[in-house]
Design a protein around this ligand. Structure first.
Ligand SMILES: Cc1cc2nc3c(=O)[nH]c(=O)nc-3n(C[C@H](O)[C@H](O)[C@H](O)COP(=O)(O)O)c2cc1C
Length: 160
């Protein structure tokens, strides 16, 4: 939805400080997840250059050089407090997604937001894979061994 609004010329802000609206109950079985503010922008919507993004280098998102062009879309994704909690590893035709582990106090504030961040990052990844002519054959959410300081989120099986 965020990216579609962008193509329609509408500015957005993911708003972790948002609260569930009081003027209506969600459908049964659902609860408030996240707020995305949207408005007609008063300035140019898109940045003019990649240099305007304050992001970590691609080698800190994925070390395998052949995957870096596709993962650029994850690198540029928005994240709560710009925490960029994602890290990816390639194992043959499987891409493994990991999220940075937080200490007890930080987890209270940012833990749930980092899960939203991972969802945003993975959405950018799937769109970027499709753009590169690859397709996702399946998802695996079984926890797997993670690098130190990270926990495993999902593995994405690519078609060969
Ligand atoms: C899950 C999530 C929650 C966010 N919450 C807030 C917020 O409460 N207030 C705010 O000003 N920005 C919020 N942001 C925006 C981020 O701070 C912003 O995406 C990040 O600093 C990178 O900046 P950029 O998107 O302008 O490149 C949030 C972003 C995400 C993805």
């Amino acid at each position: 939805m965020d990216l579609t609004l962008h193509t329609l010329g509408i500015g957005r802000l993911w708003f972790g400080m948002g609260r569930d609206p009081k003027d209506g109950e969600p459908p049964a079985g659902l609860s408030y997840a996240m707020c995305l503010k949207a408005a007609i922008p008063g300035e140019p919507l898109a940045r003019q250059s990649l240099a305007e993004f304050d992001r970590k280098p691609i080698s800190e998102v994925i070390s395998a050089a052949n995957w870096q062009p596709v993962l650029e879309a994850v690198r540029l994704a928005p994240s709560a407090t710009n925490s960029q909690p994602w890290f990816f590893a390639a194992e043959g035709d499987v891409l493994c997604a990991y999220c940075r582990q937080l200490g007890f106090l930080k987890a209270k504030i940012l833990g749930r937001m980092n899960q939203i961040d991972m969802g945003i990052g993975l959405c950018h990844l799937v769109l970027s894979l499709e753009h590169a002519g690859k397709s996702v054959a399946g998802w695996n959410f079984q926890p797997r061994q993670a690098p130190a300081g990270y926990y495993s989120v999902a593995s994405i099986q690519m078609t060969a």
